[in-house]
Ligand binder design. Structure first.
Ligand SMILES: [Fe+2]
Ligand SMILES: [Fe+2]
Length: 432
């Protein structure tokens, strides 16, 4: 007994310093955690993400020289403020009153609140910080840069079809984050079924975390986005349409909707052509979801037979689409004989996550690949390079082309396909 007591006391006295040390460590951790939670440095990244009430976003829908469009979603009611400013100050704000949306079946309905704002009166080429705040809540501070006024450089990514397998999409986004681009264009098919509201967070917003807060993602609506308005509610800025153009340095880009029910193909094609023809940018890019040239997967020929000659006449350089799940780059298509126009390069970039289609290369392809990937463009004045990067970070295709006095270099054009030959081949394969 004595022995046991003595022995117990002895164990206790040996444990006391250890217990004391454990308390001290716990106390210090607690103090540090409180310090972290109350961080006064607005740029510290230790902020309140664990307390965030944002269920989606913040997500940059567009950035221009003097304005930017943002969205976020919460599951709590009430107005929110977005504080923003340059030079490390958050001295301006916009207030946002949300639009509601519902998810789930009637019995387990959950209401979400979608906030969309424009930040106006910005200066070109400047970094702006911003923070979303609600009643008793502050999100992290993020930073974006407005489009510079006088630059002849731009760096951007184009990809598509990231739906259904968010883990693959996420792996690509992690590679994209490292590329430090000015913007991203997504060629559509963001979710398996866009009419189901619950899919948008998991399949689209979550994988894009870490990128879309700082870099605008411009989207060409895909057929999987659905027709019940979820896409428009979440991703089209107030006052903007599904089809829109923007400029960045030497590039004019037009992003078009060619999938929404009720739209007329001819009208949409005319819209794209008119927009490109009106721009005097050095490089003209177009993206829409269903491709006009695609041999494999869905074998799409959107806008046949007017798209190819029309886009050439309007001076378009690159057309990037998705829909078919593959990487497919065509040799440039020459303008019709005797007609003035550009040599257009068509790319199907439908490898953002969804299961891939097989593709059989033919004589019109410059490169094809059944691999998840994105296209990285670098433009500086007359020079354009593109690297297509696969999910393992390897460059699987590369273009290097120079444009002088409006004409691409001979080396690139040597591989061009005559327009008539291309249209004839498409005609034979239209109803596969
Ligand atoms: Fe698709
Ligand atoms: Fe599609």
């Amino acid at each position: 007994m004595n022995y046991n007591r003595l022995s117990g006391r002895s164990r206790m006295s040996r444990s006391l310093p250890i217990l004391g040390l454990a308390w001290l460590v716990a106390f210090l951790v607690g103090v540090l955690a409180i310090e972290g939670g109350c961080a006064t440095d607005p740029f510290s990244d230790t902020s309140l993400k664990q307390d965030t009430r944002l269920t989606k976003g913040p997500f940059l829908l567009g950035v221009y020289p003097d304005r930017a469009a943002l969205m976020w979603e919460t599951d709590t009611e009430g107005s929110y403020k977005l504080y923003y400013g340059k030079d490390g100050r958050l001295d301006k704000y916009v207030e946002s009153v949300p639009e509601t949306n519902q998810s789930g079946k009637k019995a387990v309905k959950k209401v979400f609140f979608i906030h969309k704002v424009w930040l106006e009166g910005l200066e070109p080429g400047r970094f702006y910080d911003y923070r979303v705040t609600g009643a008793g809540f502050e999100d992290k501070i993020y930073r974006f840069r407005t489009v510079p006024e006088n630059t002849d450089e731009v760096r951007f990514i184009v990809y598509g079809d990231s739906r259904t397998r968010p883990s693959v999409h996420r792996r690509l986004v992690e590679l994209m984050i490292k590329q430090k681009v000015d913007f991203v264009v997504h060629c559509g098919d963001l979710v398996t079924n866009g009419d189901k509201y619950g899919q948008w967070g998991q399949q689209f917003f979550e994988p894009l975390r870490g990128l879309a807060e700082s870099v605008p993602v411009y989207i060409a609506k895909g057929n999987h986005e659905g027709n019940n308005g979820n896409y428009e509610k979440l991703l089209v800025p107030k006052g903007q349409k599904n089809s829109f153009g923007f400029d960045y340095g030497p590039v004019h880009y037009f992003v078009a909707d060619n999938v929404t029910k009720g739209l007329k193909d001819e009208a949409q094609l005319n819209l794209i052509i008119a927009d490109a023809a009106a721009s005097d940018a050095k490089w003209k890019f177009v993206s829409y979801h269903v491709p006009s040239l695609n041999f494999g997967g869905h074998w799409s020929a959107w806008g046949y037979p007017d798209a190819l000659p029309g886009l050439s006449k309007a001076g378009v350089d690159f057309v990037l689409a998705g829909h078919s799940h593959m990487y497919e780059r065509f040799r440039p298509i020459a303008p019709p004989d005797g007609v003035e126009g550009s040599y257009v390069t068509y790319i199907t970039s439908g490898g953002g996550g969804v299961l891939m289609h097989s593709i059989k290369p033919n004589v019109y392809h410059a490169e094809t690949m059944k691999k998840h990937h994105f296209c990285l463009f670098n433009l500086k004045g007359n020079k354009l390079t593109m690297d297509t990067i696969d999910i393992d970070g390897r460059v699987i295709d590369h273009i290097d082309v120079i444009k002088n006095a409006g004409r691409l270099d001979e080396k690139y054009l040597r591989s061009a396909i005559p327009m008539k030959e291309m249209l004839d081949f498409q005609q034979k394969n239209l109803h596969r």
